[in-house]
Design a protein around this ligand. Structure first.
Ligand SMILES: [Zn+2]
Length: 232
C-alpha cells in the first residue's frame, strides 16, 4: 500500500470531538515509518530488488516488513516520534505505535505474498489485492479520501488557500499512486513489467524519502492554516 497508508494518520490523530493529540504531519511520517526504514535499508544495499514469481514481482523486504520487525519498529519508532512530539505519555506512545503498525496491516491487504513472519521466515503473507490494479487504486484512494474528508470536517480553514491546499495535495497523492502503483500493476497484468526498470538502490531510497518528506511538509503547511475545531 502507498497512499492508503495515510488514512489512519487522520483518524487516529483528530478523533471526533477532542483536540488532536499529535501533529498530523508527524502522524503522516509514522504511518510510513516502515517504508522509511525500507528506504534506508535499500540505500545500504540490505534490501530492495526482488524476483518475478509466476509473473508477479515478489520484493525482498525481510527486515523492514516482517511481522516481527514491524512490531519491534513500532515500539522503537514510537519512542523516537514521542521525543519529537510535544505531547508525551503512554497514550501518545500507543497512538504512534499503532500508527506505525497500521502500515503492516494495510500492506498485508495489498502486497503479493512477500511479508514474512520474521526475517528469513519461509511463510510469506499478503492477500495480493495489487493483482487487481484498479480495485487496489480505488481502495487506496478511497481510504485516503475518507481520511481527507474527516480531516476537513474537524478543521477550519483560515482562508480560501487552506481549502485548496489539501485537495491539491490529494490530487498529487493520486498521481503518485498512479505512477508508482497503478501503472506498474497494469504492466504486471499485461506481462510487460520489468522489475529492474525504474530507480534502484540509492536513487530509489532518496526518491522515496523525498516523497514522504514533501508530503509531510505539505501537511504541516496545511495544519498551520487549518486548526482543529476542537483545539483549546
Ligand atoms: Zn510498506
Amino acid at each position: 500500500m502507498f497512499m492508503g497508508h495515510y488514512a489512519p494518520a487522520v483518524w487516529d490523530t483528530k478523533r471526533g470531538s477532542s483536540a488532536p493529540l499529535i501533529p498530523l504531519w508527524l502522524g503522516f511520517l509514522a504511518v510510513q515509518f516502515i517504508d522509511i526504514i525500507f528506504a534506508v535499508l535499500v540505500m545500504l544495499g540490505i534490501e530492495g530488488g526482488g524476483t518475478m514469481v509466476d509473473g508477479v514481482p515478489i520484493f525482498d523486504i525481510p527486515f523492514s516488513h516482517s511481522l516481527l520487525s514491524t512490531l519491534f519498529l513500532s515500539c522503537v519508532g514510537a519512542v523516537i516520534f514521542q521525543m519529537i512530539s510535544k505531547a508525551k505519555g503512554p497514550k501518545v506512545f500507543f497512538v504512534f505505535a499503532m500508527l506505525i503498525f497500521s502500515h503492516w496491516v494495510l500492506d498485508l491487504v495489498v502486497h503479493r505474498p512477500d511479508l514474512p513472519l520474521y526475517p528469513g521466515g519461509e511463510l510469506m503473507l499478503g492477500f495480493g489485492v495489487w493483482n487487481f490494479p484498479y480495485i487496489a487504486y480505488a481502495l487506496e484512494m478511497g481510504l485516503l479520501l475518507a481520511g481527507f474528508l474527516f480531516w476537513m470536517k474537524v478543521t477550519q480553514p483560515k482562508s480560501t488557500l487552506y481549502s485548496i491546499l489539501p485537495w491539491a495535495l490529494f490530487a498529487v497523492m493520486g498521481l503518485i499512486q498512479y505512477a508508482f502503483i497503478l501503472a506498474p500493476g497494469l504492466e504486471v497484468q499485461a506481462g510487460t513489467f520489468d522489475i529492474n526498470s525504474g530507480p534502484q538502490g540509492v536513487a530509489l531510497g532518496i526518491s522515496a524519502l523525498l516523497t514522504y518528506a514533501v508530503i509531510a511538509v505539505w501537511v504541516a503547511w496545511i495544519e498551520r492554516g487549518r486548526p482543529s475545531k476542537y483545539a483549546a
